[in-house]
Write a protein that binds this ligand. Structure first.
Ligand code: SF4
Length: 289
C-alpha cells in the first residue's frame, strides 16, 4: 500500500482495509488539530489508488470493511469517488461497508442524489467531526461551519441512508463555556439523531493555535471531573431515537457506552457515582490519543 504522512482512522475502523485516497485534510484550519499540520491537501492519483485496491484484492481478503483515508475523502469529486467505490465493489466483493470522514463542507458539495448513489455503491458510514454545537466555540476553533450547517449536513447524510457517526470534544470550549458547549452539543446531536456519537476528551497538541492559547493563558483546559460533568450535561441534553453514545476512546477518563434513550438514566447515574468519587477515573498516565 502506498501510505503517505499520518494515517488516522476512527477507532471502530481498526480492522478495516485502510485505503488512502487523499493526503491531508482539505480544511486543515481547526485550531485544536495537529494531524495534518504542514501537509498540503491532495487527492492521490487514480493509478496509485487502483494499485492499492489490487493489492488489497490479493492480501486483504479477510477484512470485510474499507476505510477511505485521510481527512475528508468525501471531498473527492463525485465521478472519481464513484470510480473508486466501483473498483472496490468489483475487486473486493467480500467488502460489506466503506467508511469515510466527512465534514459539513464536503457534504454540502454533494447533492442528495449523489449521496444516494455513493450509498448504492457501498459507502455505508460517514464520520463527521462536530466537536461542539455551540456556535461561539465553533467559530473560535475555526471549524468552518455553524451548528445549523452541521444539522443540515448531518441530516442530509442520514436521509441518503448513510450511517452517521459524530465526534464531539469534551473540554473544547474551555471553562467559561463548558456548560453551554454541553447543552448546545446535546441540542445539535438531538436534531441530527445520528447512529453513533463518540465523545473524546480534548488533548492539547503542541504546535496548534489552541495549544498556544493554552500556554498564553487564553484557553483553560478543564480538569477530568469538569470534563465528566460536561459529559453528563451533554448526555442529559441528548435525545436520540436509537443511537449509541460512546465515550470510551483511550483519551477518556471514564468509559461509557450507552444506547439512547434506553440507557440514559443508568448512564447519568454512573457518571454521578464517578463525580461523587465512588468510581475511580482513569489515571492521567493511562490516557492516550
Ligand atoms: S479536525 Fe478534521 S476538519 Fe479540522 S483540520 Fe483536523 S482533520 Fe481537518
Amino acid at each position: 500500500m502506498h501510505y503517505e504522512g499520518n494515517i488516522i482512522r476512527p477507532p471502530s475502523e481498526a480492522n478495516s482495509i485502510l485505503l488512502q485516497v487523499t493526503v491531508g485534510c482539505s480544511r486543515n484550519k481547526c485550531t485544536f488539530c495537529g494531524t495534518y499540520t504542514g501537509e498540503r491537501f491532495r487527492i492521490k492519483p487514480d493509478a496509485v489508488i487502483l494499485e492499492d485496491i489490487a493489492f488489497a484484492a490479493k492480501y486483504c481478503q479477510r477484512q470485510r470493511r474499507v476505510f477511505l483515508c485521510d481527512g475528508d475523502a468525501l471531498i473527492i469529486p463525485q465521478k472519481r469517488l464513484l470510480k473508486i467505490l466501483q473498483a472496490i465493489e468489483n475487486q473486493l466483493p467480500w467488502v460489506t461497508r466503506v467508511g469515510v470522514y466527512a465534514n459539513a463542507k464536503s457534504l454540502k458539495m454533494k447533492t442528495p442524489e449523489e449521496l444516494r448513489d455513493l450509498k448504492a455503491h457501498g459507502l455505508g458510514i460517514a464520520y463527521m467531526g462536530l466537536e461542539t454545537g455551540d456556535d461561539v466555540t465553533l467559530k473560535k476553533i475555526n471549524k468552518g461551519a455553524t451548528s445549523q450547517d452541521m444539522i443540515e449536513m448531518g441530516k442530509k447524510a442520514r436521509e441518503a441512508g448513510i450511517k452517521l457517526s459524530i465526534t464531539v470534544l469534551l473540554g473544547i470550549a474551555g471553562r467559561e463555556r463548558s456548560r453551554i458547549h454541553a447543552e448546545e452539543t446535546g441540542r445539535v446531536l438531538s436534531a441530527i439523531d445520528p447512529d453513533y456519537v463518540g465523545a473524546l476528551s480534548l488533548m492539547l497538541i503542541p504546535g496548534t493555535p489552541l495549544f498556544d492559547d493554552y500556554r498564553s493563558g487564553q484557553f483553560a483546559l478543564i480538569e477530568p471531573g469538569e470534563m465528566l460533568a460536561e459529559l453528563r450535561t451533554m448526555i442529559a441534553h441528548t435525545n436520540l431515537s436509537k443511537g449509541l453514545f460512546h465515550a470510551n476512546h483511550a483519551s477518556n477518563y471514564l468509559p461509557i457506552k450507552a444506547r439512547l434513550p434506553k440507557d440514559k438514566e443508568a448512564t447519568l447515574n454512573l457518571i454521578d457515582m464517578a463525580l461523587a468519587g465512588e468510581i475511580a477515573l482513569k489515571p492521567e498516565y493511562m490516557r492516550a490519543l
